[in-house]
Design a protein around this ligand. Structure first.
Ligand SMILES: O=C(CO)COP(=O)(O)O
Length: 274
């Protein structure tokens, strides 16, 4: 398992992990902040340990990753209509879009997939599980870390459910499929999230989630999650929809990699903008 170990250890080489997710287009279209893929990638610098993109997107920005110090690359393989307004749909969907070998060809160092639980259609969940089991075996063949992002969804809610019981349930389901890493919603309180970490078998990165009203609230949530046992974060909207994504990346890196308190880390942003 040398290849897998090397890639995982590189991802964790700064102790905790900071990933920027830029793959929302496959689910939600060109959100504000990621319309121009090349420009958003340039703003990240080397603060993140990895960037998460689709293989198609990776090809568009590949020249940013020729340097030895470039962030690693995580390829998104699948999609689902979880974040669309589910109330408008009678039925959700889950689709596997890429094979692991296509991700490898595009330069990926790891792959990520969704586990979507709660649509109310067992055929979708069954298909989703089969696809993940297949992708996990393929990733193992290539020595690539395999990441699962489990989501508990409800038709009447337009994002995933974030209470402890739901998050713990899907995190354990996902753990049983055998991922190297999980990416899960922060369930909202430290004790509850510590119980999510306890019940899961793989290290956990939290998902950033929808944009919070201010940067400090977001950084505090990140600190709480890490105090409860999270190994880091995968963040999208709270980074590239912030006023200055480069400064926000610096602030997040300070919290994740240097354990700087959120109140201090946020000053990086405030100093420049004051
Ligand atoms: O990993 C993520 C999406 O794949 C996290 O994105 P958000 O921070 O925008 O929720």
């Amino acid at each position: 398992m040398t290849g897998l170990d090397i890639r995982l250890k590189r991802l964790f080489s700064r102790g905790k992990v900071f990933v920027v997710a830029l793959d929302h287009g496959l689910v939600m279209g060109p959100l504000k902040g990621i319309e121009n893929v090349v420009s958003v990638v340039k703003k990240m610098g080397n603060y993140p340990d990895a960037l998460q993109m689709t293989p198609a997107m990776l090809r568009v920005v590949e020249e940013n990753f020729y340097s030895r110090n470039s962030p690693m690359l995580i390829a998104r393989l699948d999609t689902a209509n979880v974040w669309r307004d589910a109330r408008k749909y009678d039925q959700g969907y889950y689709s596997m879009v890429y094979e692991v070998k296509e991700a490898v060809r595009a330069g990926a160092d790891a792959v990520v997939t969704y586990l979507v639980v709660g649509y109310g259609d067992d055929r979708i969940e069954g298909y989703n599980l089969e696809q993940l089991a297949k992708a996990r075996r393929e990733a193992e063949d290539y020595g690539l870390p395999f990441i699962i992002e489990p989501l508990f969804v409800r038709k009447e809610i337009s994002d995933s459910v974030k209470d402890t019981t739901a998050v713990k349930y899907v995190s354990r389901l996902a753990s049983e499929i055998g991922p190297d890493l999980l990416k899960v919603d922060y369930s909202g309180d430290k004790n509850g999230f510590a119980s999510v970490v306890e019940a899961s078998f793989s290290p956990i990165l939290i998902r950033g989630g929808p944009k919070t009203s201010n940067d400090l609230d977001f950084l505090k949530m990140l600190r709480d999650a890490m105090d409860s046992g999270a190994s880091g974060i995968t963040v999208g909207r709270n980074l590239w929809q912030s006023q200055d994504p480069n400064l926000m990346a610096q602030a997040i890196s300070k919290v994740v990699h240097e354990s700087v308190p959120p109140e201090e880390a946020v000053k990086v942003i405030q100093k420049v903008n004051s």
